[in-house]
Design a protein around this ligand. Structure first.
Ligand code: ADQ
Length: 486
């Protein structure tokens, strides 16, 4: 039955994402940035988080399991094997993820994947519809669920429905290599608000929608016939207070001390990533190898710690990148190690947030060099973990969404190995005053644009009536939110 919205009280938030992973302590290490940020956002509202449990069932039943974990109410469903294979491993991870990270070479196009994606989005809509009250605000997350808004509209829901894209939106010419691209993008215009991590991704969406659908842009709102969709630049932030609180934890201190002791006076360089080809790990290792080749004076004086827990092991391209990195780190260590120095310590396991804090803090340089990344929260975490009196230096890819907000990092082109090696050398040699100045500026931005700012900004846009949004002239403010450097 169609629902209309009333403004009588603060509306409830229903967040929907592929996986629902509330903090459990143990699981913490392998959760992505979305989980970290969304749990914090939901705790502040009295919302529900709906999504896949991560479990497989023999046959899909649509049975919802309700729970409350760490102050967040969750509602989850199990999926059957074919759903997981075609929707999650297939269309989400083998088609959309590589394509949206500019890896057309790794993009697999298969009819079964597209069919599974459509089916699971319908299943999400069917099972979660009965939970929706007339004035609920619905906030859908990420590339797994792009058509969900359309499916809800087809079922008659008139609630305000928003969507946040955690990854890049690709340029039109790339998107057009996907069969069904028009339908996918057209469905996005059934949302009232779409949030992007950076102006670049938003502009790519505008470029596509204005040409393909002849939608018109009014301020920051796209109009297509009667439908209005506000396009927001709303970069995701950290739970800064919570993360910085790790400074007092025993685990953080122990991890920091262990690293400092094991580094025996050497400068530590650290990388922390999910093991994913978008993170540019092979290029990073090659840049470090070049650094060692060009700077013999650094031998035995520096050490790279790369932490990369495997992810998406069911997908062949992830197994390949893993093999490639094993070989590369082995080759570099074979060529440069001495009896008491190993140039790269390459670790395939996750760490708790507190331990990560200690590891970041012990490192003179933080290497965050994805080939393409929607945002990259590790970059922000590294900055927050530093000692302001003696901070380390962030070396950051120009192609991470975070670069738009953090121009004070040492920005590098991850495709140019020389540029990256040079960036690391600059970071290692940077004088204290310059390190302090850059750190202060980045910390200020990260603190001002934290996860609360992110969720409040998105929620405020979602709660606003479309016609009111049309009158907005805060594009400049949002540009400023995205870094003010374009
Ligand atoms: P991710 O691709 O997962 O997220 P990122 O934003 O860097 O990338 O978040 C990774 C999170 O996992 C960080 O909080 C980090 O601390 C944690 N993590 C990584 N390696 C870890 C390890 N070894 N042990 C423990 N924790 C580890 C997606 C998009 C990003 C976007 C986020 C949020 O790809 O572009 O920033 O969503 O929107």
């Amino acid at each position: 039955m169609p629902h209309t919205q009333t403004q009588a009280h603060t509306p409830r938030l229903i967040a929907v994402s592929n996986r629902v992973q509330v903090e459990t302590g143990v699981d913490n290490a392998n959760r992505g940035g979305l989980a970290v940020a969304l749990a914090a956002a939901l705790r502040q509202s009295n919302g529900i988080w709906f999504g896949w449990s991560g479990k497989q069932t023999g046959e899909f039943t649509g049975q919802i399991a309700f729970q409350r974990a760490d102050g967040v109410a969750t509602a989850t469903i199990d999926l059957e094997a074919q759903d997981i294979e075609e929707y999650y491993n297939g269309f989400a991870n083998r088609t959309l993820w590589p394509l949206f990270h500019y890896r057309l070479d790794l993009t697999e196009i298969a009819r079964d994947f597209a069919g599974g994606y459509a089916r699971v989005n319908e299943r999400f809509a069917d099972t979660f519809s009965p939970l929706i009250a007339p004035d609920d605000l619905i906030w859908v997350h990420d590339y797994h669920l792009m058509p969900l808004g359309s499916h809800l509209r087809k079922r008659g829901f008139e609630n305000r429905i928003g969507f946040f894209l955690h990854i890049p939106w690709p340029p039109p010419s790339l998107l057009m290599s996907l069969p069904g691209h028009r339908e996918l993008a057209r469905g996005m215009l059934d949302y009232d608000v779409i949030g992007f991590q950076s102006e670049e991704w938003r502009q790519a969406f505008i470029d596509y929608a204005t040409v393909q659908f002849e939608a018109t842009l009014e301020g920051e709102t796209l109009r297509l016939g009667e439908r209005l969709t506000r396009l927001l630049v709303c970069p995701i932030g950290l739970d800064v207070a919570d993360f910085a609180g790790a400074v007092h934890s025993i685990a953080a201190r122990q991890a920091e001390t262990r690293l400092v002791v094991s580094a025996v006076g050497r400068d530590m360089i650290v990388g922390v990533d999910r093991l994913d080809y978008s993170k540019g790990l092979a290029e990073r290792f090659a840049a470090y190898e070049l650094l060692l080749a060009d700077h013999p004076e650094l031998h035995e004086k520096v050490s790279l710690l790369q932490i990369a827990p495997p992810s998406r092991g069911d997908v062949a391209s992830y197994r390949q990148i893993r093999e490639e990195l094993d070989a590369l780190s082995g080759r570099i260590n074979g060529a440069y190690s001495s009896i008491d120095w190993v140039p790269i310590r390459y670790v395939n396991q996750g760490y708790s947030r507190d331990e990560l804090f200690g590891i970041y803090r012990a490192a003179r340089v933080g290497l965050v060099t994805p080939l393409r990344d929607g945002m990259n929260l590790v970059a922000k975490e590294y900055v927050v973990a530093q000692d302001p009196a003696d901070p380390g230096v962030l070396v950051l890819s120009r192609f991470a969404g975070a670069a738009a907000q953090l121009p004070q990092a040492v920005l590098v082109n991850p495709h140019a190995i020389e540029d990256m090696a040079e960036g690391i050398a600059r970071a290692l040699a940077m004088p204290l005053a310059e390190r302090q100045e850059r750190h202060r500026a980045m910390l200020e931005t990260i603190t001002r644009r934290d996860v609360r700012w992110w969720s409040e900004t998105f929620m405020a846009a979602l709660a606003e009536e479309p016609e009111a949004a049309l009158a907005h002239s805060n594009v400049a403010d949002l540009r400023e939110a995205a870094g003010a450097k374009r």
